[in-house]
Design a protein around this ligand. Structure first.
Ligand code: BG6
Length: 469
C-alpha cells in the first residue's frame, strides 16, 4: 500500500508566459517566449499567439479555486521577468506587475496552498535578448540580479520555496528561449557553451545568495530538465555516447551547483578545445552550493543514443554532445509529438540524481500532452493522462520506498491547459480544460477533466489510491 510522507507537497505547476496572455497589459513588455522564431517540433500543426493563451492573467482566481478543490498543497508558477522589468534594463520596476504576483500569492495562501516561485522561465525581456544577446553577455547577469532583488524584496514575507532558473541545463542547447542568446558568428560551439554555462551558473548562484540574505529560512533550489538517454544497444560506443550525453546535458549543471566547482572532466573538456579555464565569481558559486537546499527537476521522457565513430576524440565528443539525434526505445509508446512514455526510467533518474547528490528532490514538472476532443459539455475523458500520472507516481513511490530517495513533492504539469513551449494550444497538459473561444465577457471557460477528479482522489488519499488499477 503506497504511503507518502504526511507533509508530501502534492500539487501542480505552470509557466506563466505560457498561460497568462495579456501580453502587453498593465505595462508588461514582450519577452523571448512572445517573440521567438518557432521551428515546428515533430507532430506540431499550429503556432498560436501568447496574446491570449489561457487568459490566466484575468482568471487566476478561478484557476486557484479549482486547484484548491483538487486538494493542492503547493503550486509552482513563474514571475514573468518582462512583467516586472518590461525592457530588462529599466531604471524602475513595473508596480502593476509586482502587485499582480503579490495578489496571486495572497490568493494561494488564503487557499492553503504553498507558493513555489520560479525565476526565469522562458521570459527574458525581448530587449535584453536583442540589445545584449541575453545571458551570453555578462551584463545581463547583473540585470537579472537587479530584477531578482526587487522580486525577492517584494515577496519575501510570503514565499519560502524558490527556483532560480527553469531548466538551466537546456540554456546552451536551446539558447534563444532559455537564455535569450544566439551564438555569434565566428564563435565556436564549445566556447559559446562555456560562456552560457558560466553566466547562467553565476546568475543562479548570486540569486541563491540574494534570496538567502533576504529570507534566511527560504528553501532555494536550482532546476534541471532530465533529458535522460540510454545506449541504443549494448555496444560500448553506444554506452560511451550515453555517458557523454548525460554528462553534458544533465550532470554538469547539478555538479557545479552542488559542489561549487567546475569538475575536472569539464576543465579537461575546455582545455582540449583550447578554451581558457579561468572564471570570475567562483567564490559565489562555492558559497551558493553550500546554501542550496534541494534540487528541482522536470521529467518527461527518456531516449536512446548511438555512438559516433571518429578517430578525432574531440570531434566525436562534440558530435555526441551537440548533434547526435536521439531515438525512442523499442517497446515504449510515445505521444503525438514523439515524446517517449517511460515511467520506469523515472525511477532510474530519481534514484541516480539522489545517489549522486544526496539532496532532497522536488519534482516540479511531470506530465503528458494529449490531443483532446471534449464532449458537448466540454468534458474530456483523458484516461491516458490518468495512466501516465499513475505510472509515474508509482515510480516516485518506488524511488522513495526502495531506493531511499528523499522527495519533497510532486507538482504535475499541469493544473490547466496552456500553450506548449512551441506555442501550440492543441498540445494539452491540463487537468482542467480551457476552451479557447472567449465568451461575451472575454473569459475562457474552465472545465475539470476526468483526470482532475482522479488526481483529487490521489491527493485526498495521500497516494493510497495509486494502488488501484
Ligand atoms: C518543460 C518546460 O521543458 O517542458 C515547460 O519547463 C514546457 O515550460 C514543458 O511546457 C513541456 O514542453 P512543451 O514543449 O510540450 O510545452
Amino acid at each position: 500500500m503506497s504511503r507518502f510522507p504526511a507533509d508530501f507537497l502534492w500539487g501542480g505547476a505552470v509557466s506563466n508566459v505560457q498561460a497568462e496572455g495579456a501580453w502587453l497589459t498593465d505595462g508588461k513588455g514582450l519577452n523571448v517566449y512572445d517573440t521567438q522564431d518557432i521551428i515546428l517540433e515533430s507532430g506540431q500543426k499550429t503556432i498560436d499567439s501568447s496574446e491570449l493563451a489561457s487568459n490566466h492573467y484575468y482568471q487566476f482566481k478561478e484557476d486557484i479555486k479549482l486547484m484548491k478543490d483538487m486538494g493542492f498543497k503547493a503550486y509552482r508558477f513563474s514571475v514573468v521577468w518582462s512583467r516586472i522589468h518590461p525592457l530588462g534594463d529599466d531604471d524602475n520596476p513595473n508596480e502593476a506587475g509586482l502587485r499582480y504576483y503579490e495578489e496571486m500569492i495572497d490568493e494561494l495562501i488564503d487557499a492553503g496552498i504553498e507558493p513555489v516561485v520560479s525565476l526565469v522561465h522562458f521570459d527574458m525581456p525581448d530587449n535584453l535578448a536583442k540589445k545584449y544577446n541575453g545571458f551570453y553577455n555578462r551584463q545581463v547577469v547583473d540585470l537579472y540580479l537587479k530584477h531578482v532583488a526587487i522580486v525577492v524584496e517584494r515577496l519575501k514575507s510570503k514565499v519560502k520555496y524558490w527556483i532560480t532558473y527553469n531548466e538551466m541545463n537546456l540554456a546552451p542547447f536551446h539558447p534563444g528561449l532559455v537564455a535569450g542568446a544566439k551564438r555569434p558568428n565566428g564563435v565556436e560551439q564549445a566556447a559559446f557553451f562555456k560562456t552560457i554555462v558560466h553566466h547562467t551558473q553565476l546568475a543562479h548562484a548570486r540569486a541563491v545568495l540574494a534570496i538567502k540574505a533576504a529570507i534566511p529560512d527560504a528553501k532555494v533550489s536550482g532546476m534541471t530538465n532530465c533529458p535522460w538517454v540510454v545506449p541504443a544497444t549494448s555496444a560500448s560506443e553506444d554506452v560511451l555516447a550515453s555517458h557523454i550525453r548525460n554528462t553534458y546535458h544533465l550532470w554538469l549543471t547539478f555538479d557545479v551547483m552542488t559542489s561549487g566547482k567546475y569538475p575536472a572532466y569539464y576543465l579537461q573538456f575546455l582545455k582540449n578545445r583550447g578554451i581558457a579555464t579561468e572564471f570570475d565569481g567562483l567564490d559565489d558559486i562555492q558559497e551558493a552550493a553550500e546554501k542550496l537546499d534541494y534540487l528541482s527537476i522536470s521529467y518527461y521522457q527518456t531516449n536512446t543514443i548511438r555512438g559516433v565513430i571518429d578517430d578525432n576524440v574531440v570531434a566525436m565528443e562534440d558530435a555526441i554532445i551537440f548533434n547526435q539525434p536521439v531515438e525512442i526505445s523499442e517497446g515504449l509508446n510515445a505521444t503525438e509529438w514523439g515524446w517517449a512514455i517511460d515511467p520506469v526510467g523515472f525511477r532510474t533518474v530519481l534514484s541516480s540524481v539522489y545517489q549522486r547528490y544526496n539532496k532532497p528532490i522536488f519534482i516540479v514538472e511531470n506530465g503528458i500532452a494529449l490531443l483532446e476532443t471534449p464532449d458537448e459539455n466540454q468534458f474530456v475523458s483523458d484516461d491516458a493522462r490518468i495512466q501516465y500520472h499513475r505510472d509515474h507516481l508509482r515510480s516516485v513511490y518506488q524511488a522513495m520506498q526502495y531506493d531511499g530517495v528523499d522527495i519533497i513533492g510532486y507538482l504535475a504539469w499541469s493544473p490547466i491547459d496552456f500553450l506548449s513551449s512551441h506555442k501550440e494550444m492543441r498540445k494539452r497538459y491540463g487537468f482542467i480544460r480551457i476552451d479557447t473561444s472567449p465568451n461575451q465577457h472575454g473569459f475562457l471557460l474552465r472545465t475539470p477533466k476526468k483526470s482532475w477528479y482522479w488526481y483529487q482522489s490521489i491527493i485526498n488519499s495521500n497516494g493510497e489510491l495509486l494502488d488501484e488499477a
